[in-house]
Write a new protein. Structure first.
Ligand code: MTE
Length: 323
């Protein structure tokens, strides 16, 4: 099988991984300096005898960037779930060279004043691309920290002026057998479908990603357009989107249809609600050293650590029932 290569953008457009890491180290220093200043104010008697533990890495106040150690670009692009290219973690990197991410059309339909078929460039044009460094946790129990680029989903959706009937938004992945060899196997009822409640879609953390590590999205990561919803299990972050539909009713979603007792519509990361076949209390953080199987095991946080931003969306809901 031929090795996958994605077209390299001009060198001027690339932010090397090292620059990301240095930028993040500097942000870490920025965080540490007020603490150092405080320590300097204390009298000598108060000086700690042992080195104080390093402060836990935090996110920016808006949650848009975590300062945790980045996953390597290699892991992010060779350890994937994209069943349209096979169910093995290495399959998408090996097989996704057949995906043609350009030209790309996005169909917008349903309960909105503006609907139609839009070339990707028109679909995205008015919106400034932003960098977001998010944790993404897979329902299988591993997580990554990745520098995405994209546009806030809510800003894009608002342009289509959803009507008052629009309570949900449904997303569909491309399903072309000549481009996606995995479609030959009925692992899921193709095309891959996902959905969000309207207020979740409009939340500023929801991102329509177009890039990763300062480059256009590699095919295996969902080129040219995918969702990244960082407080939900990774399967909600649907790849290679061709259709967006505003709906009045909760739309069918692939994993929920396939195994409703295992995958709910909401799928908020929740360490207190185990998957029926395994615990969700902790996760393998694939970050930094490229170690996957024996990656550092850390506790999983409610809403994947984004609770202060998104928990209010679910006030009054029993999240054990609406898992
Ligand atoms: N989107 C489509 N179309 N097909 C898929 O199989 N897998 C999901 C999600 N989006 C999937 C998909 C799952 S299970 C995860 S964990 C994430 O993509 C993985 O994204 P990554 O490979 O970029 O890390």
């Amino acid at each position: 099988m031929s090795r996958y290569r994605y077209p390299r953008p001009p060198a001027s457009e690339i932010t090397p991984e090292g620059v990301y890491r240095r930028r993040r180290e500097l942000m870490g220093l920025g965080l540490a300096s007020p603490l150092l200043a405080l320590a300097g104010c204390a009298g000598a008697e108060d000086a700690p005898t042992a080195a104080a533990p390093a402060p836990a890495p935090t996110d920016t106040p808006d949650g848009f960037r975590t300062r945790e150690t980045l996953t390597t670009e290699r892991d992010a692009t060779t350890y994937n779930n994209f069943y349209e290219f096979g169910t093995g973690k290495a399959d998408p990197a090996q097989n996704a060279h057949t995906l043609r991410p350009s030209p790309w059309m996005v169909v917008v339909g349903g309960e909105a004043e503006v609907t139609g078929v839009f070339p990707l460039e028109d679909f995205l044009r008015p919106h400034a691309v932003q960098e977001r460094i998010y944790r993404l946790r897979c329902v299988e129990g591993w997580s990554m920290v990745l520098p995405w680029e994209g546009v806030p989903l809510g800003e894009v959706l608002a342009r289509f002026r959803p009507t008052s009937k629009a309570k949900y938004v449904a997303f569909t992945t491309l399903a072309e057998r000549d481009q996606m060899p995995g479609l030959r196997w009925p692992v899921l009822d193709w095309p891959y479908r996902e959905g969000l409640r309207m207020d979740e879609a409009m939340h500023p953390l929801s991102l329509l990603a177009t890039g990763l590590f300062g480059k256009p999205l590699p095919n295996q990561n969902g080129a040219p357009l995918r969702l990244v919803v960082p407080w939900k299990y990774g399967f909600k972050s649907i790849k290679s989107i061709v259709r967006i539909e505003f709906t009045e009713r909760m739309p069918p979603t692939s994993w929920n249809q396939s195994q409703p007792s295992e995958y709910g519509f909401y799928s908020n990361v929740n360490p207190a609600v185990d998957h029926p076949r395994w615990s969700q209390a902790s996760e393998r953080r694939i970050a930094g050293d490229g170690n996957r199987v024996f990656a550092n095991r850390i506790p999983t946080l409610p809403f994947n650590g984004y609770a202060e931003h998104v928990a209010p969306l679910y006030t009054g809901m029993d999240l054990r029932k609406w898992f």
